[in-house]
Design a protein around this ligand. Structure first.
Ligand code: GAR
Length: 199
């Protein structure tokens, strides 16, 4: 299965994919970012994967940028799009190009704490259990069907860095595992409840 990855930041989740499933269960054939300086682009190039930035200023609006990214991914034969720390919302036009084939990793146990600064939201709320969700992307903000989740108890956590450090290993395990299951054709909707994804 040919995979495209979108990432805005340091790209540790991209790296986990490159190190675990790339060249095995899937081929990562394109990495795009909204940020020309994203370390994720460097990681892709270091692995010999084509990488390209799509900065906002190059496009008349979000839909135009989404379309340019979708065109570039489609030209590379991408069948599955993985959002690995992509900090932009994707519009309905983009999602329609890859139906049920856009995956996201989010640093909270959805449906709690969707959107930006999920870890900060969880800390502010005072939760004792943190976690990671891998889900299919729909038009809402982190509302798509859940594929995998994992949790970690951190009853005394007070800082974002501390929580992120605990979540990293979960993210780096769950995201490749979700990609593996999709590549193996295991993902399907429960006919009794289309919100539920069976893996
Ligand atoms: C990850 O923690 C991921 O869960 C989060 O961005 C980080 C990217 O890290 N994603 C979101 O918050 C999406 N709403 P990385 O660039 O090192 O992979």
């Amino acid at each position: 299965m040919r995979v495209g990855v979108l990432a805005s930041g340091t790209g540790t989740n991209l790296q986990a994919l490159l190190d675990s499933v790339h060249g095995r269960e899937v081929e990562i054939v394109a990495v795009a970012s909204d940020k020309p300086q994203a370390q994720a682009l460097e990681r892709a190039r270091a692995a010999g994967v084509p990488a390209r930035a799509f900065p906002a200023g190059d496009h008349p609006g979000r839909d135009a940028r989404d379309a340019a990214i979708a065109d570039w991914l489609a030209a590379a034969g991408v069948e599955l799009v993985v959002l690995a720390g992509y900090m932009q919302l994707l519009g309905a036009g983009f999602l329609a190009r890859f139906p049920d084939r856009v995956l996201n990793v989010h640093p909270a146990l959805l449906p709690a704490f969707p959107g930006l600064d999920a870890i900060g939201q969880a800390l502010d709320y005072g939760v004792k259990v943190f976690g990671v969700t891998v889900h299919l992307v729909d038009e809402g903000v982190d509302t798509g069907p859940i594929v995998l989740q994992a949790a970690v108890e951190l009853p005394d956590a007070t800082g974002r860095d501390e929580v992120l450090a605990a979540l990293r290993p979960l993210e780096h395990r769950l995201l490749p595992e979700a990609v593996r299951r999709i590549a193996a054709g295991r993902l399907r909707r429960d006919p009794a409840n289309p919100r539920r994804v069976l893996t």
